[in-house]
Structures are given as structure tokens and as C-alpha cells.
Write a protein that binds this ligand. Structure first.
Ligand code: GDP
Length: 291
């Protein structure tokens, strides 16, 4: 289910999150490890109003581990705790309650020293559609709880889910809108499947992906599709299209007259990339001046 985000939806989504913020101690901001900046809501700092938070880089199983480490450093240098997880398999998801405990260590100790029995730390998961919020909630809860829907404004009766003894989580995540204003961001989101292809032309999305892979992950691309030669200049559209055509020929996407069905080839490229068949690929790298 894709949301068409209009100003009214954004206002409502923002209001819903801010209502939930009153109930919680810590925000778990979920980003896609393959594109942490592009999968970040543009108004997140304003929306969170200084609430303590941690950044969780999800789908780390699909991202380039060396690049993910750079993102962890990038956020650390901004004073934000960040770490990778893989919500689908559950790898490192237990770092969330563990890190919440670290964040609230002083507060908890103070309560204990006053003889108060500290209550569980209350968390809220927020993020754009398809970043894995429901998958993460279910994994942390150890059972299927969150409906894998992404409609803002649909609030069920909220419940707390216990995550071990020291943390509880609101069962409904906060749904945020992605960045729209930058076309480059739109393509990156579309490559990962965060924006559905009905919105952007599939061949254009695949073109963007192939151009990027030619530039940064040529060996991987070449090996996966058994490609003959690297384009001399990935900035030349014709050369990128030639790579797409070769992929199409290798995968039997031929129409009458021997022409390559670029749309079909595009579908194959994007499906395999998203499924991790090309290996672990990040779509965004922090530049050295950002670190
Ligand atoms: P939500 O819209 O944020 O609630 O996202 P979902 O939980 O519905 O997840 C969107 C898609 O991403 C689903 O197909 C999930 O199976 C997939 N997904 C979620 N987490 C991970 C992960 O860590 N790794 C991989 N490979 N896929 C994931």
C-alpha cells in the first residue's frame, strides 16, 4: 500500500506522532541502511522536539557493511547514537532495548538510589513507509502484532508491547513522509522499492540504478550479469542504456526484430537488486567532509 502524501496527510501524521511523543521516553528513528539520508523525514528534528532518540539503520543485510559503518560514524559525530539491524531476521534488534538502557542509565540509577522502582523505558518506532517498522515491532515483540499497513490516520487502540523487562514499545509506529523535493532522492527511494514504480517510470529507475552501479559497483554488476565491457563514461546515457540492453539480452528480454525489451530488463535488474542478488549495496555514502 503506497500513501499519496498531501499536505493534509503530513499535518495529520505529524500531529499523530506528537500525540504519541507525550507517552514515550525514547524515539527509535528507523532509516534504511542503504540510504540513511534519503530515507529520513525532512522535518524529523522539528517533529521530535528534542525527545531522546536513537537511529536504527534497518535492512543492513542489504547494505554495504563498510558504508554502513561510515554512517554510524556520521551520526555519532552529530551526537546521535546509531547502529545497524536486520529486522527481517532479527539480527541485532536486541541492541534496541540494550541501548535504551544505556541512554537512560543515569535516570534509572537516580530512581533506584531514591528507592523508586524504575518503570520500563517507553519507546516509539518512527519512519517512512516500507522502511521495516512493522517487521521490527513484530520481531521485538516475538509475535505478529503490527499490521503491515502504512496508512496515516488509521490508529488502532494503542497497546504497549513488552520488550524484555526494561522496555516497552507502542504497538503502532509513527509513519513519516519521505523527502520529495529532490529528484535524486526520489530515484534512490524508488531503486530500493520505497516508492512504488507506478509513481516513477520503471525504466528510468533502472537507468538510475545501472548508472550508479556502473560507477560504484561495476565488478558486482559485471559478475551478476556476465557483462562484456565497462562503459567508458557512465555519464553518457547511451552507454548506460547499452549496459541495460546487454543485461536484457543475457536474460532473454527480446522482442520482435531482436530488440531488447528495456522495461522487462528493468524489472529484472530492480528485482534482483532489491532482493540482494547483486550482493550488499549502499545507494548513498557520506562524503568525507560530512564525517
Ligand atoms: P513498514 O511500512 O515500515 O511497516 O515496513 P514493513 O515492515 O512492512 O517492511 C517493508 C518490507 O521490507 C517488507 O517486505 C519486509 O519484509 C522488508 N524488510 C523489513 N525489514 C527488513 C530487513 O531488515 N531486511 C530485509 N532484507 N528486508 C526487510
Amino acid at each position: 500500500m503506497t500513501i499519496q502524501w498531501f499536505p493534509g496527510h503530513m499535518t495529520r501524521a505529524r500531529r499523530e506522532i506528537q500525540e504519541k511523543l507525550k507517552l514515550i521516553d525514547v524515539v527509535i528513528e528507523l532509516l534504511d541502511a542503504r540510504l540513511p539520508l534519503s530515507s529520513r523525514n525532512p522535518m524529523i528534528d522539528e517533529i521530535l522536539q528534542g525527545k531522546p532518540r536513537m537511529i536504527v539503520l534497518n535492512k543492513a543485510d542489504l547494505a554495504d557493511p563498510a558504508v554502513t559503518e561510515k554512517w554510524v560514524t556520521y551520526f555519532k559525530n552529530k551526537g546521535i547514537l546509531a547502529f545497524p539491524v536486520d529486522a527481517a531476521t532479527g539480527t541485532r534488534v536486541q541492541d534496541i532495548p540494550a541501548q535504551a538502557k544505556v541512554l537512560f542509565h543515569d535516570k534509572i540509577q537516580k530512581q533506584i538510589s531514591k528507592g523508586i522502582n524504575p518503570r520500563a523505558i517507553r519507546g516509539l518506532i518512527v519512519g517512512i513507509p516500507n522502511v521495516g517498522k512493522s517487521t521490527l515491532i513484530n520481531k521485538l515483540a516475538g509475535k505478529a502484532i503490527a499490521a503491515t499497513g502504512d496508512r496515516p490516520g488509521v490508529t488502532k487502540g494503542q497497546q504497549w508491547i513488552k520488550i524484555g523487562k526494561e522496555m516497552e514499545l507502542l504497538d503502532t509506529p509513527g509513519i513519516l513522509w519521505p523527502k520529495f523535493e529532490d529528484q535524486e532522492v526520489g530515484y534512490r527511494l524508488a531503486v530500493t522499492g520505497a516508492i512504488k514504480e507506478q509513481v516513477i517510470d520503471i525504466a528510468e529507475v533502472a537507468f538510475y540504478a545501472v548508472k550508479y552501479l556502473t560507477q560504484y559497483y561495476w565488478d558486482t554488476l559485471q559478475e551478476r550479469f556476465d557483462l562484456s565491457k565497462k562503459p567508458e563514461n557512465f555519464d553518457t546515457p547511451d552507454e548506460v542504456v547499452e549496459v541495460m540492453e546487454e543485461i536484457g539480452r543475457k536474460r532473454g528480454c527480446i522482442v520482435s526484430g531482436g530488440r531488447v525489451d528495456l522495461e522487462k530488463a528493468s524489472g529484472i535488474i530492480l528485482r534482483e537488486l532489491r532482493a540482494g542478488k547483486l550482493g550488499r549495496i549502499s545507494m548513498e555514502v557520506p562524503l568525507s567532509f560530512m564525517l
